[in-house]
Design a protein. Structure first.
Length: 206
């Protein structure tokens, strides 16, 4: 048996080394996620979109003020042409379900003839306490990852290639968690997504 191993050392090495490399890269690629606590905070996104078929004379804008989401409809003039924000959708990420839910809101009547900004009534979502800092209280960040290197053949072999269709992740240090696609009508013109803030269950809003 000892002579057989000596005579076939090159063959054995050619079989074992790739297997060890695959195992090593697999462990290295999964270890950060396995050693990190999963994300624990919901968050809000606003997706802006230009309605080419029904362009309007106003645009929508959202921001976090005093720890709460607020929105306005603003008339468009020669000094202000944000027509790419003629539609806006609000999405809440549910961390327990790993899913995005769209939050509906109603636009005021008569927006086509406004001369001054008009506040939007956001209802329950406007009462949520938000932390608008880019990093969540538990250390995660929402990131667009669509242009990351996909790893090619080596990525397929070592499990480094992302197999999900979404371009978004939650990232903490070297650990990352794939997110579903926020916008439901993803096959139409894409929404321009903007992170608004982390939903706080308790404590002061930031």
């Amino acid at each position: 048996m000892g002579n057989w191993f000596k005579n076939n050392l090159v063959l054995i090495s050619g079989i074992l080394l790739p297997m060890l490399l695959v195992g090593g890269f697999f462990v290295l690629s999964r270890a950060p996620r396995m050693l990190s606590d999963p994300p624990g905070y919901d968050f809000l996104l606003v997706g802006y979109h230009y309605d080419y078929q029904h362009p309007g004379d106003y645009y929508l804008t959202f921001e976090v003020r005093d720890g709460h989401l607020s929105g306005r409809a603003v008339p468009i003039d020669e000094n202000n042409t944000n027509n790419n924000q003629q539609q806006a959708r609000i999405f809440r990420y549910d961390v327990s379900e790993n899913a995005f839910d769209e939050i509906a809101y109603d636009l005021p009547d008569g927006l086509e003839s406004i001369e001054n900004p008009v506040p939007l009534q956001l209802g329950e979502v406007g009462s949520l306490k938000l932390d608008k800092r880019s990093t969540s209280p538990d250390g995660y960040q929402f990131e667009f990852a669509g242009y990351r290197g996909r790893g090619g053949i080596l990525g397929e072999i070592f499990g480094m290639r992302r197999h999900v269709e979404s371009n978004y992740i939650l990232k903490k240090d070297w650990a990352w968690f794939d997110l579903p696609e926020p916008a439901a009508d993803r096959y139409n013109s894409p929404y321009d997504l903007h992170f608004m803030g982390w939903v706080l269950d308790e404590g002061p809003a930031q």
